[in-house]
Ligand binder design. Structure first.
Ligand code: HEC
Length: 125
């Protein structure tokens, strides 16, 4: 009896955890739609509009999309995009990377930034 309760609560905890993650990414999708979509596409082979296509972003080198005309600052920045480097850049693009040509004030709300990054991880792979 006891072990059943243990299994059941472990299952419930697992379901709740994945539901919470899914919800974050869903909220992040709205952040992307309102703040990024005008300039970026996410799908494989998507067009580079004003900004570069972001497919495969995680673990991609900054300024690494062949054929896109990055700023000097982006080409020289030489980092790999992961949760931390993205958070720094998206919170304050020009503060993080002086000279970037991404004209965007930054996502200032920590919850929106976390949701957005959760969504980007899912949607760019
Ligand atoms: C007004 C257009 C515009 C908006 C809005 C915008 N970006 Fe950008 N983004 C750009 C441009 C232009 C670049 C290239 C910057 C450079 O070369 O310095 C860029 C670069 C990037 C890069 C680096 C990509 C690479 O290949 O290294 C990421 C990541 C990124 N943007 C994510 C976002 C996200 C997420 C949002 C929404 C929160 C956003 N951008 C909003 C125009 C925009």
């Amino acid at each position: 009896m006891k072990s059943w309760i243990g299994v059941a609560s472990a299952l419930i905890a697992g379901v709740t955890a994945s539901a919470a993650l899914a919800q974050d990414a869903a909220k992040g999708e709205r952040v992307f739609a309102t703040q990024c979509k005008a300039c970026h596409t996410l799908e494989r082979g998507g067009a580079s509009v004003t900004g570069p296509n972001l497919y495969g972003l995680m673990a991609r080198k900054s300024g690494g999309l062949p054929g896109y005309g990055y700023s000097e600052a982006m080409r020289r920045f030489a980092i790999v995009w992961d949760e931390k480097t993205l958070a720094n850049y998206l919170r304050d693009p020009k503060g993080d990377m002086p000279g970037t040509k991404m004209v965007f004030a930054g996502v200032k709300r920590p919850d929106q930034l976390a949701d957005l990054i959760a969504y980007l991880k899912e949607a760019t792979q």
